[in-house]
Design a protein around this ligand. Structure first.
Ligand SMILES: Cc1ncc(COP(=O)(O)O)c(C=O)c1O
Length: 450
């Protein structure tokens, strides 16, 4: 047997909250103006109360509402697959499993939280959501989920992706969303960037500034973020909770659990539920894989920084490359955010989570081996997890050990074929983000006294 599915009633009915399991609590997020810890009232213009409560919750479990379960059940539980053909191609005795999040309507793990966020907003009487998107996976997920709950959705899409990924835009519009190429003229943050650089390609940090400003300036609108925040990571834990049950069915327990890392949510989703066992003494490694061109966890500094470019969001303690980070134009693999989830950052800082960075060409090479053996064409983001799984298998071979590897296939790459074209044509270059650039940005971190 190489594929383990769970019946629809086995979908987890509560999300796993990692907060009470942390060795030390998170540092409080700070108000960007006063630099004092933010309270619920500060977040109320952006998020509905239920999500603010989840953001600060220390309850170990949070119930998944029935209406959310009804929608998640359209594609969940997702399959767990043993990648036997990949193992054979690698000639490895390691056993490689992947959780297939590519089967959702939008093609990634992102709808797991989009549906929950849309639900809580609709319940709170919100009419419209503003958000940002890079490659378009998150924007399309929120467009889909918002539509199900009768919400209008406006997506600020990073301009370079808007131009390079027209079909993600079509997808969002098909689901009823308004999509704008960011920076726009609609917000102060966008206008300020365009004034300085009319040809700006945009960045996630800029698009976040625009979406936050949009939400904060309208009564009927709230903001939704597809990664980074505690409640987003929590919503994604359905992935790991299902995987634990499916690994039991397969008669295995992973030596290493791997996720690609952008803002941290799919990694958190697969890895956090395993952290309980790790803290209780089980030998399991948790490994986040990120791009060498945006090496937030491996080269970023663990410090207080803004979540966006304009400095409108709370200041949070996280691994950061600096809020003025601009991703290199040649980078095709997504995962371009300057910061990281405070939860994942804390766990890296505490030594409970490991991180590794890979250049893009070896990631595409691994993605193509995966596509040719397992059939699914992975999202370029997910290829970082595949590359890490391949490297773990090789390391085990070199040590003469068998190893059970579990990784999260966070999405498919059907809308990313231009990046595959570029790789196949030999047009992609590897680029390592320089340490000096990180050091320069550190001078611009907000000054914080705690
Ligand atoms: C397919 C896929 N995987 C991974 C990511 C990275 O985000 P996160 O770290 O929040 O999972 C993204 C982000 O857009 C994505 O679309």
């Amino acid at each position: 047997m190489t594929r383990w599915t769970l019946s629809p009633e086995k979908i987890p009915s509560a999300w796993f909250n990692v907060a009470p399991h942390l060795p030390r609590p998170l540092d409080p997020p700070l108000h960007p103006g006063t630099r004092e810890p933010v309270g619920p009232a500060d977040l109320a213009p952006l998020f509905p109360t239920a999500l603010i409560e989840q953001e600060v919750s220390t309850e170990p479990w949070i119930d998944v509402p029935g209406e959310v379960l009804d929608i998640l059940r359209l594609w969940r539980p997702t399959p767990l697959v043993r990648a036997v053909r990949l193992e054979r191609a690698l000639g490895t005795p390691a056993r490689i499993y992947f959780k297939d999040e590519s089967v959702s309507p939008a093609g990634s793990h992102k709808p797991n939280t989009a549906v929950a966020q849309a639900y809580y907003n609709a319940k709170a009487g919100v009419k419209r959501l503003a958000t940002e998107t890079g490659a378009g996976q998150w924007g399309s997920s929120l467009a889909y989920a918002g539509g199900l709950f009768g919400l209008e959705v406006t997506v600020y899409m990073v301009k370079i992706s808007y131009q390079q990924k027209p079909y993600r835009r079509s997808m969002m519009q098909t689901w009823g969303a308004e999509v704008l190429a960011s920076p726009t003229n609609r917000t102060n943050a966008g206008r300020a960037i365009l004034e300085k650089d009319p040809d700006s390609r945009g960045s996630l940090g800029i698009a976040i500034s625009e979406a936050v400003e949009d939400a904060a300036s309208r009564e009927d609108t709230k903001y939704a973020l597809g990664s980074v925040l505690n409640h987003v990571c929590t919503h994604q834990t359905v992935i790991g909770l299902e995987a634990i049950e499916q690994m039991k069915l397969a008669g295995e327990y992973p030596d290493v659990v791997i996720g690609a890392h952008g803002g941290g949510s799919n990694f958190a989703g697969i890895a956090f539920p395993f952290l309980r066992d790790k803290i209780n003494g089980k030998e399991v490694r948790l490994l986040a894989a990120e791009p060498a061109s945006c090496p937030t966890l491996t080269k970023g500094v663990y410090a207080f920084d803004y979540g966006d470019t304009a400095g409108l969001t709370p200041i949070v303690k996280m691994h950061t490359l600096g809020h003025d980070f601009m991703p290199p134009g040649i980078h095709a693999g997504g995962l371009r955010y300057h910061g990281a989830s405070p939860l994942v950052s804390k766990l890296v800082h505490e030594g409970l989570v490991e991180a590794v960075a890979y250049a893009q060409r070896p990631c595409f090479e691994a993605a193509i081996t995966f596509a040719r053996t397992e059939g699914i064409i992975p999202a370029p983001e997910s290829s970082h997890a595949i590359k890490a799984a391949v490297e773990e298998a090789k390391k085990a071979d070199a040590e003469g050990k068998s190893r059970v590897i579990l990784f999260n296939l966070s999405g498919h790459g059907h809308f990313d074929l231009a990046a595959y074209d570029a790789y196949l044509a030999g047009d992609l270059e590897d680029y390592e983000y320089p340490r000096e650039a990180v050091e320069q940005s550190m001078a611009k971190l907000p000054k914080v006294e705690l």
